[in-house]
Design a protein around this ligand. Structure first.
Ligand SMILES: *[C@@H]1O[C@H](CO)[C@@H](O)[C@H](O)[C@H]1NC(C)=O
Length: 184
């Protein structure tokens, strides 16, 4: 079950993901895979994040999100007209309800730029909606492994910021530029 999920989510991006040090390179295998992310588990979490946006499934969310899950994103809050600097989702249940109600967005991973024991950072692009618009984003995932097996890594925190103006236009919103500033 778990390994088929890994295979399925990895297949979503396949060769589109490239890292300079490559699979099993610089860091891969040098750490205890139950205590530190390696290439495989970092890639699993990045592609799981992708699949939550591109092809949401409650099963994936239940599996990959930690029980203490939080999502920080002023971009999401701006997009939905809420005050910023608070979490966009304060729990796994809230994320499942909120994200689960969104239409799928064809998010593609441009690169997994870095990972260490606890974190994965990736860049992504999505082209969709009116135009279509091209939306770029950067996502930092903090991982945890409360079950302590090498294939039980989960996402505890998502920090994601993206071009919410382009996203707004993609969903049919319009943008009025500010009036010219008086010259001083
Ligand atoms: C992982 O990212 C979080 C959030 O930015 C940070 O607080 C933490 O120190 C990072 N952990 C490591 C090992 O870099």
């Amino acid at each position: 079950m778990r390994s088929s999920l890994i295979t399925a989510t990895a297949a979503l991006v396949g060769s589109a993901v490239a890292v300079p040090w490559g699979k099993g390179g610089l860091w891969g295998g040098k750490h205890d895979p139950t205590k530190c992310l390696n290439w495989d588990t970092a890639n699993y979490l990045a592609t799981s994040f992708q699949s939550l946006i591109a092809a949401f499934s409650t099963t994936t969310a239940e599996t990959v999100l930690a029980d203490d899950f939080t999502d920080f994103s002023n971009s999401i809050l701006s997009l939905i007209g809420q005050p910023v600097d608070v979490p966009a989702f304060t729990s796994k249940e809230q994320f499942i309800q909120g994200q689960g109600a969104q239409p799928p967005v064809p998010l593609e991973i441009l690169a997994i730029d870095a990972f260490n024991c606890q974190n994965v950072t990736l860049r992504w692009n999505a082209k969709f909606g009116v135009g279509p618009q091209s939306v770029n984003g950067i996502t930092h995932l903090t991982a945890s492994n409360s079950q302590g097996q090498k294939d039980t890594w989960q996402i505890s925190v998502i920090y994601t910021e993206f071009d919410s103006l382009a996203w707004w236009k993609a969903i049919g919103g319009t943008v009025n530029p500010p009036p010219p500033q008086p010259s001083s």
